[in-house]
Design a protein around this ligand. Structure first.
Ligand code: XMP
Length: 321
């Protein structure tokens, strides 16, 4: 791996911001750049860097693939609008659900999302806008995990030998590639992004698709969305690194109103971690776990079983897919 990490002890966030603004300005030349904002700390940070560097020559899109959390697309677009950064919401649900239809293998699912994102949606947006560059928030850990063969992170292209200019018609700019998440948070702060953004728990690029075992359909996403809402409401006061709900493929026998109910299983994960490279399950109080089980089985239709994962990473990974 030729990319060298900038460690926290060597990071001067203000200087980093100035250097990256200059770099983006020079790389883009007189061209136009586009980027996709998801509201995560990485994409928010590059959006702000790009906005500072290029102003109106950066076109920012929020790609609504239908895999985000409840109300998230609208909330993020309006938050950035309030910060003076215009963001266009693109409804791409048909493309993504089409690409995911019938796909159950985890790596194939990730590959389908990558292709829908970069080849279908972005190639079209780039063509329509006349952009020459795609600005994206790939970070050091994404590269490391993909190159090590842990998981194909959705945004890794060049390290897998994909020439974006040849394949998709645009060049990549990746200003955060030397930073891990904690360092990106410092840069986000230096850029004046609000706490809600710079302190936002990580959320995967493939979004809720990373939390669905088996086929990703609108119906199954809707179940995970409801479970996620409950889990986030119940756990947002914990100091955990990340927490999530996972929908299993297998159904199990349950009982409701005295009758057999063959229903869904939701697995809860809640992680203590520094950088997502390793992690251990948070020792949640039993009362919290019970409340989760109670709420999920009442508020998510058809769920008859809730489990808590007690495995460390490794051998587990943070997300299930
Ligand atoms: P894993 O599941 O690999 O996750 O242990 C490590 C961290 O990365 C997030 N994650 C992703 N982030 N694109 C991303 O931008 C992805 O494809 C992706 N997969 C996992 C995950 O939420 C965790 O914080």
């Amino acid at each position: 791996m030729q990319i060298e990490e900038i460690e926290m002890k060597d990071l001067n966030p203000q200087r980093f911001v100035e250097e990256k603004i200059a770099e983006i300005t020079s790389l883009a030349g007189s061209g136009l750049a586009v980027n996709a904002l998801s509201g995560g700390v990485d994409s928010s940070t590059v959006t702000m860097l790009g906005h500072r560097a290029l102003g109106e020559r950066l076109k920012t899109y929020f790609i609504d693939h239908g895999l985000m959390r409840e109300g998230e697309p609208q909330r993020i677009v309006s938050l950035f609008q309030d910060l003076g950064v215009p963001v266009e919401l693109i409804d791409s649900r048909t493309e993504f659900f089409g690409a995911l239809k019938g796909v159950t293998d985890p790596e194939k699912k990730r590959e389908a999302i990558t292709q829908a994102f970069y080849k279908d949606v972005f190639s079209r947006l780039v063509k329509e806008s006349g952009a020459t560059h795609l600005l994206q928030g790939t970070n050091y850990t994404d590269i490391e995990e993909t190159v090590a063969g842990v998981k194909r992170q959705h945004n890794i292209l060049e390290q897998l030998g994909i020439d974006t200019e040849e394949e998709y018609g645009y060049k990549l700019m990746e200003p955060l590639i030397q930073l891990r998440k904690t360092a990106v948070r410092e840069v986000a702060k230096a850029l004046g992004l609000p706490e809600e953004i710079h302190n936002r728990p990580p959320f995967p690029g493939p979004a809720l698709a990373a939390r669905i075992i088996g086929e990703v359909t609108q119906e199954r996403v809707s179940l995970v969305k409801k479970a996620t809402k409950v889990i986030e409401e119940e756990l947002h006061n914990t100091p955990a690194f990340q927490y999530m709900g996972i929908l299993h493929e297998d159904k199990v026998t349950g009982v409701r109103n005295g009758k057999r109910d063959y229903g869904f299983q939701i697995e809860v994960r809640c992680w203590d971690s520094q950088d997502a490279v390793t992690g251990s399950p948070t020792r949640l109080p039993y009362e919290v776990l019970e409340k989760l089980a109670e709420r999920i089985t009442t508020e998510v239709p058809g769920v008859v079983s809730v489990t808590y994962n007690i495995t460390k990473k490794p051998p587990s990974t943070i997300e299930a897919v």
